[in-house]
Design a protein around this ligand. Structure first.
Ligand SMILES: C[S@@+](CC[C@H](N)C(=O)[O-])C[C@H]1O[C@@H](n2cnc3c(N)ncnc32)[C@H](O)[C@@H]1O
Length: 286
């Protein structure tokens, strides 16, 4: 897994691929500790509800039998919570860069049949062997902040047929200004469990990285300057390396991505504090 180097015109600091933070079972366990300590999904009922409220429109739009394709699902906690309010899928497919987490998700999600796969969402989606007679519900929870969002939505849209649905979440910047909003939630990232997880990823990375210190801040996304990105940078005497980034768009920015990916929004659900949102979309009619 090599450091991403961008064309000189876009270059700020080199960047570790997001998958490098999750790739091994031990990094998966450290991420889970961060999740248990800091996740708004676990800490706030209003955020948890964002993952069950879409069941109402989903029951309307989803044709059954259906397959659930859980992208970047980790251990499938959010999908399991959603499925409590939906008919049981005929088939569940759990896909993550961390195979042990994907296997755990496939084991715990209710379905007549299940499968799991190591996937790289930074690349075109592989052809999935799914029962042909089902419609597909894709989920993408907590992934959009870590990967380049518009190309990722486009790759997923490319794999969707007309009757398919995508339910995805975005971590939002609360308030009117993306940058001020992102600064308000910085403490959700700059804390001891997150430092332990990122520190372990830095230690595990090959080729070995020089000694340095972690610094958290808010920066413009190198590909979309108006988009606020929380970054953890590994500061060394030689260079600064971005080890973690989390985009915090405004709702308007998310809706522009939806349109640009040729998707159509069916419903959206927003956290009352404006820190998270969930969108139900389908391919736009051509
Ligand atoms: C922030 S976690 C979110 C996990 C879970 N969906 C949730 O919302 O709690 C990001 C997830 O995306 C996965 N991931 C990160 N980069 C990936 C990539 N390039 N391809 C596939 N999965 C990736 C990680 O392994 C991890 O499970």
């Amino acid at each position: 897994m090599s450091v991403n180097r961008k064309p000189a015109c876009q270059r700020s600091s080199p960047e570790l691929p997001a998958a490098a933070l999750y790739v091994s079972p031990s990094l998966g366990r450290l991420w889970k500790k961060v999740h248990l300590a800091c996740s708004p999904f676990l800490l706030r009922k209003a955020v948890r509800r964002l993952y069950q409220r879409p069941a109402i429109p989903l029951r309307k739009y989803l044709s059954t039998p259906y397959s659930l394709i859980a992208l970047g699902c980790a251990d499938g906690t959010k999908e399991a919570f959603l499925l409590k309010k939906l008919p049981r899928p005929a088939y569940v497919f759990a896909a993550d860069t961390n195979l042990s987490l994907a296997r755990r998700a496939a084991d715990c999600l209710p379905a007549q049949q299940r499968g799991f796969l190591k996937i790289d969402l930074a690349r075109p989606l592989p052809a999935l062997r799914l029962p042909p007679s089902t419609s597909h519900l894709f989920t993408l929870f907590g992934v959009l902040p870590n990967l380049d969002p518009l190309p990722l939505l486009r790759r997923i849209a490319h794999r969707m047929s007309h009757a398919d649905l995508l339910l995805f979440s975005a971590n939002l910047a609360p308030g009117r200004s993306g940058f001020a909003g992102a600064r308000k939630v910085l403490a959700q990232y700059d804390n001891p469990p997150t430092r332990r997880w990122l520190g372990a990823a830095i230690q595990a990375y090959r080729p070995k990285l020089p000694k340095g210190r972690l610094h958290f801040g808010v920066h413009p996304d190198p590909r979309q300057k108006s988009l606020a990105r929380i970054e953890a940078r590994w500061i060394t005497p030689m260079q600064n390396l971005i080890v973690f980034s989390s985009r915090r768009p405004t709702t308007a920015q998310v809706e522009t991505w939806i349109q640009s990916a040729r998707l159509r929004s069916l419903s959206r659900f927003l956290d009352p504090r404006g820190e998270e949102g969930v969108w139900l979309v389908r391919p736009a009619a051509t």
